[in-house]
Design a protein. Structure first.
Lengths: 401, 401
């Protein structure tokens, strides 16, 4: 039977995404790099920059979003709530330093050499982001999600996302009205806190009440579908109050990680993640425009911004006092700006605050930090933590060895 | 972090699709009906006719298509190529009778009471369709896919689809140019035959060469992703030459069913099917417009067309001579017109051949046949074949008991 032509092209694009992701992922693994790096490169190759076969259409934006949701849902399922609670205080320290230092660094550089006022604030803000997706994926691929380092980075990335949201709200209202609306910021802060804590408490209770129903419904795949629907629903609620969808997915995973159904749900989510998660990373790769890499001025600014971005997050890891931790790995885990950094810079561009050349520089910073972190993190995490943590040297802002 | 608003609504729509599908599916099961009936009804309830919360957007059209692809991929994986070869000749008989009789019935009724020429041909053609998806799902839910009856219906539905494609090409060129282009029809026929046979032969050989590579690629989920990509690729090729995507997906399943990896692939495809297949049936439900059920003239024509649609396909089942077969079940399995019937009627409408009222009648015929077949088939297939097949009465066009 005949089929609509608009379904034909996306089908072949999806085939290209899946095959290139696995081939490039395996090739990356062959040379000792994490598969996610190969998937990002696959996106550059099949994306608008080179082969121009796949781009981020509405359809693939949605599938990529589902991929990010499934990834963080899986990460939540594999996390341990009590471990994460322990990781909360150190995570808050790393997040605070990982926001303040990059912000000040980026702001100071911009105000001294590039522009004034609001532009500098946007540059600083773009440097604060942490892409939880990249780091979580690397820890997951290495089977090191249950380490304290991984949990601290996850906790820090969640704090970072919540603070980033507030920062973005402040900057957007500054760029729009020239004034900061204290009530709207207060509402955002309260909503974010209520959501992150509330979804875990309420989610766990609702699930306990839902479970007898789920077991009574005698239809195929009902447990998986309800679990997946919970992840989608919390993602949607998170997005509705202005947070990232993936925070909701992570919360849903945490809720279900505490239940008896954890093993079955984790097993059934895995094949879905196998197919959808690569879509997220390949599509992220397609956003890279390799032509911007050719302008010397853009490259120069990008190099400085990237240096600030790398050093400030590394220093944030050393904000922790506990020397038994692999603090270098924690700092590296905070480095990738990923889609979050792109969103910041993109807001600046579309609001007319950030000029296109500066946007390109910020994009290169995002790309380099995103691509540099996975191989570094892999190298740091396959060795035991003690091996990378020097026995001498205090806490504070000591630079890495 | 902020997220695009256009992702928010589809996320909640997907939650509504998944939850309503499972709840309605379980409710249908509770009153002895197949879950797919509940899923179709869920689509009517949340669709434009009633709650108007979900409609068939480009995104959900694609996800539904993926659902149909995964469903037929799974059906192919569970099928047995040697069984299906045995089912070929009887399948061809059922398909031939199941095309000729409904076509003549619909054409005769239309030319006598409704309209002339091309309109009557479109009405006849709309009655010939068989929706392999509905029937395959019911057999699958009952665990009766490996019965001869199921394999004959599947074989017949494939023949039906290929012939339906040819018929549609003929009618579209008739409606457009007033003449039938013999060369273009010949090309279509050859392409269809080459694809269905070729994809199985070439697909099996390529997979055997691919398997050592797949096993050498040490990345997560590589076997599943390559298998899924094969299903998508063959679906795309099928669509590109004008066949239904699902024929390609079915062929991919048949190819992989003959391999050593069958068990692992089947196990990993199941959770993906759990999530995507209900999307297909709920979205099909959203296409129903309940308001058309209120016009007496539309209903009258619909009643006659539905009667012709039911009786002619039942008679087609009795075209088989082998009395050990549950021929009534085979006839019932051919009844649902599903999305294929909607496509036929829709082509007639968009070409300006079929008037809107007649389109409504055809749509009701499609809906009733699609909704009536699953409960009938379930009743017929849960009893052993002998119990429903009377010991007296010959083959040919005997009416059902």
């Amino acid at each position: 039977m005949a089929v609509e032509a608009d379904i034909l092209i996306p089908i072949f694009q999806l085939v290209a995404i899946l095959l290139s992701a696995k081939l490039a992922g395996a090739a990356a693994g062959r040379i000792g790099q994490p598969p996610v790096l190969g998937e990002l490169l696959a996106g550059i190759v099949i994306g608008p920059s080179l082969l121009n076969f796949v781009e981020r259409t509405d359809l693939f934006a949605f599938l990529a979003e589902l991929g990010a949701i499934v990834l963080l849902f899986e990460v939540g399922l594999e996390s341990d709530l009590s471990e994460l609670k322990l990781a909360g205080p150190p995570g808050a320290v790393v997040a605070a330093m990982g926001i303040v230092l990059p912000f000040l660094g980026g702001w100071a550089f911009a105000i001294l050499f590039l522009a004034d006022g609001t532009v500098a604030l946007f540059v600083g803000a773009s440097l604060t982001a942490t892409s939880i997706g990249i780091t979580a994926r690397v820890f997951s691929d290495l089977g090191r999600l249950v380490t304290r380092e991984a949990q601290i980075v996850l906790a820090a990335a969640i704090f970072d996302d919540v603070v980033g949201l507030i920062l973005l709200s402040v900057l957007v209202s500054l760029a729009g009205e020239g004034v900061v609306s204290i009530p709207s910021i207060a509402i955002t802060v309260v909503l974010a806190l209520v959501f992150v804590l509330g979804s875990i408490v309420i989610g766990a209770r609702s699930w306990r009440r839902l479970v007898p129903l789920v077991h009574r419904l005698r239809v195929r795949g009902v447990l998986l579908v309800f679990a997946f629907a919970l992840a989608l629903a919390l993602s949607g609620v998170a997005a509705a109050i202005g947070l990232a969808t993936i925070i909701g997915a992570f919360a849903a995973g945490l809720v279900l990680a505490e239940t008896e159904e954890r093993a079955r749900i984790t097993r059934d989510v895995k094949p879905i993640a196998d197919v959808l998660v690569p879509v997220f990373f390949v599509i992220m790769g397609t956003l890279v425009d390799v032509r911007t890499f050719l302008d010397p001025a853009v490259l120069g600014v990008a190099a400085v911004l990237t240096g600030i971005a790398l050093v400030t997050k590394l220093v944030a890891g050393y904000g922790l006092r506990d020397r038994r931790l692999n603090r270098l790995a924690i700092g590296v885990g905070m480095i990738p700006r990923g889609e979050v950094g792109i969103i910041f810079a993109g807001f600046g561009l579309t609001l007319g605050v950030i000029p296109p050349a500066l946007y390109s520089s910020l994009l290169i910073m995002v790309v380099v930090t995103t691509f540099a972190a996975p191989p570094l993190l892999k190298r740091l995490m396959v060795r035991p933590p003690e091996a990378t943590e020097p026995l001498t040297g205090g806490g504070g802002s000591r630079s890495p060895p």
